[in-house]
Write a protein that binds this ligand. Structure first.
Ligand SMILES: [Mn+2]
Length: 374
């Protein structure tokens, strides 16, 4: 077999001398012989194919150890290695694209403007929500201290406390802090994004109370759901609630952060004693000045046909669980369900502000702009 000089190999392969020297140093393609006296390098003509492959794999961006392996493998194995590498690149790119889309929307406050970007290449398999939000001051309070937000990806209920205007200020501030999340948050970032927003809201409340003594002691509950594809992030602190209706059954998916719930959990009181307990209004955790910010976070799987309810305690304190479940299981759509739930609470005396958000999970068959808005 006739060996090729490096000059001949350069001409035949189309690679530069510099590239050949680099491949030698990186152990990607070594000359088969080096003249000990002149240091001239010699290549086997059979290495031309391997040299071309190395050049292509470098252009592809493959890491050096993978190029070494693929360029020395039999063609079928090399093809499998390139396939595996490219699958990994595409998965990483998808994750990074989603994160970039979210960050652009989050930072510019223009979640909706990003829809054209995140709809690209996504025509099936995603879920959408149809929702209705209703709130009422009730029959015994002067003002409504509940705040709520419902959008295509974010639902949130906050029940403010602190008297006078302070409760309204607190619940509205926390809802404002969450609103920027109503955009395309990558599924892997749902809980991070919620946790970050809630901690930011908690700091904002502290700063507001420091700046205005009239607001000291204000606080709010927060129960919120954030969607990404079929994933659902839930953040919860206080005694507002989230319920899930699935396959005709109703599940409460949040745990009240109250004294009576703790006593109930510990077996110290019965469910029947909750309604008459003297400390039934004592909340142990909330977003409030002087309390540590310790929200519950859950990641859940959404399914088409699921129905969610978020509500303040003004609903479940005034209406019995069976009536609420009956409305949730029979109402034709979110608007009807939320209207009926409010009616139940008013019929129950309406002692507190009442807020309900009802959301149905539906397959997303059309672009976001084509969805019916509640
Ligand atoms: Mn309330």
């Amino acid at each position: 077999m006739e060996l090729m000089s490096s000059g001949e190999f350069v001409r035949a392969s189309g690679l530069s001398r510099k590239a050949l020297r680099l491949y030698d140093e990186l152990d990607l393609l070594r000359p088969v012989a080096v003249d000990p006296a002149s240091q001239y390098r010699f290549y086997d003509p059979a290495q031309l194919e391997q040299a071309r492959l190395v050049a292509w794999l470098r252009r592809l961006g493959m890491p050096l150890p993978a190029i070494r392996e693929a360029s020395r493998a039999a063609p079928a194995m090399a093809a499998a290695l390139v396939t595996a590498y490219w699958d990994q690149v595409e998965a990483e790119t998808t994750t990074r694209r989603e994160l970039a889309t979210f960050l652009i929307g989050y930072l510019s406050g223009k979640g909706a403007a990003m829809d054209s970007m995140d709809n690209a290449g996504k025509t099936e398999g995603t879920l959408a929500i149809r929702y209705a939000v209703k709130t009422d001051v009730g029959l015994q309070r002067d003002a409504n201290e509940d705040s709520a937000y419902a959008g295509e990806r974010l639902l949130a209920v906050a029940d403010g406390m602190g008297g006078h205007a302070a409760g309204e200020v607190a619940s509205a501030a926390v809802i404002d802090a969450l609103k920027p999340l109503d955009t395309q948050v990558p599924a892997g970032e749902l809980l991070n994004a919620l946790d970050h927003a809630v901690r930011q809201a908690s700091r904002t409340l502290t700063e507001m109370a420091q700046a205005d003594p009239g607001l000291s002691g204000m606080g709010t509950t927060l129960t919120a759901l954030l969607w990404s594809g079929s994933q659902l992030g839930l953040v919860h602190i206080g005694d507002s609630r989230a319920y899930l209706v699935r396959d005709g059954k109703v599940f409460q998916i949040t745990h009240d952060h109250t004294m009576v719930q703790t006593l109930l959990d510990d077996g110290k009181i019965t469910a029947e004693e909750v309604a008459s307990h003297p400390q039934r209004n004592l909340i142990l955790r909330a977003l409030a000045t002087g309390l540590r910010c310790e929200p519950d976070l859950q990641l859940r799987e959404a399914r088409p046909g699921d129905r969610y309810l978020l509500c303040s305690d003004g609903l479940y304190d005034a209406a019995d669980a069976a009536s609420i479940a009956s409305v949730l299981c029979t109402a034709a759509d979110p608007d009807e369900a939320a209207t009926e739930l409010l009616r139940l609470a008013i019929e129950g005396g309406g002692p507190d502000n009442i807020t309900c958000i009802v959301a149905d999970v539906v397959p997303q068959l059309t672009p976001v702009s084509g969805l019916a808005r509640a």
